[in-house]
Design a protein around this ligand. Sequence first.
Ligand code: AMP
Ligand code: GLY
Length: 420
Amino acid sequence: MRVLVVGSGAREHALVRAIARSHLVTAVFCAPGNPGIAALAGLVPIAATDVQALTEFAAANAIDLVVPGPEAPLVLGLTDALAARGIRCCGPTAAAARLEGSKQFTKEVADAAGIPTARWEAFTDTHHALDFVRRRGAPIVVKADGLAAGKGVVVAETEAEAAAAVIACLREGSFGAAGATVVIEECLVGQEVSVFALCDGRDAIFLGAARDHKRVGDGDRGPNTGGMGAIAPPPGFTHATQIAVMDGIIHPALAEMERRGTPFTGILFAGLMLTEHGPKLIEFNVRFGDPEAETLLPLLDSDILPLLLAASEGRLAGSSLAWRAEASVSVVMAAAGYPGAYQRGSAITGLAAAEAGAEVSVFQAGTRLEHDTLVADGGRVLVINATAPSLAEARARAYAAVDAIDWPQGFCRRDIGAHF
Ligand code: AMP
Ligand code: GLY
């Protein structure tokens, strides 16, 4: 099989590595990829959002399966454009990708499907929204309806904070069209977890659970980021929790999407709160998580490609995946200043020494080659993953690998997986 992976981060590096190991694969391409991916796949200089050029490339190069990493090409209709040319894609259509694009849509699907989630209401009118905040009181959560680069959610501890968030969205237009509607919802209490399911429109198989570490600083302090590290499996995530999530959240969501005539194919990412009343849905994303993919894929014992293909062809029923019963820890190395302003171009060495550690993988995200030197070229730059029989050992291996990397302009959290 000839496979095209779309994207350029550490998640795509991990996907390419898993796919390149498949017994089915004859060629792997990645658009646009990065220097780490170049060692495993042919790089194609097409942006992940250039749906037309990606489709032309796939058609001209006899690609059998396209595997998109990020949501942007999916929201823009990559799956639809490929389908029109008879090319399979393991990702949702634009219509099904609305599960990530609109929080109100997700809440409507959740309610129609009987999925446990925070009680909510949507508003376009500032007065009605402020009135609702006053009646409900704090803590309360205010969300811009659309995609707001991870900045559209305020978990307000006070009514004043919630009111400010409503005004920023609805009156000041801080998030443009994405904030023209706000969803205001009950504040859930518990541990957060990311759960992944591979879906074929009707059936789904569990693709693992992980815990992300979203704040930039140790002890979960400082601003939110795209994710500074992840662990798997999340402590406290039992087999019973897995069944509750698959039966109570994933399968009902698929049935509701099918009923609406927009069946969901691809990787469904459920962001959940494990509350005292069971798992509750916070949000859906329509893709693998980053750094969750880098954390889960190294634990996979099965060949993933036949399953990605089966999902894209609607024939997952009866499939299963085998996992190593081990722990996995991923530590993100970011450029100093991230998630604020940061500099590009600092040299990184020591990757080979880092990867010499047992069960260690170094996935590249924001990197670039300058002559023969690897340099930082983004906020999140490297993801160092290690697996081991226990979480403590995986942590120790991951941080030993981090310490082997020579990059004075980089930093990482020192407590990934430590607070359990
Ligand atoms: P979202 O973009 O919907 O994932 O929200 C971003 C973050 O806000 C989540 O990862 C949670 O930490 C937090 N959050 C969102 N909704 C709620 C909620 N109803 N209760 C508590 N925390 C929430
Ligand atoms: N790690 C969270 C995400 O990929 O959105």
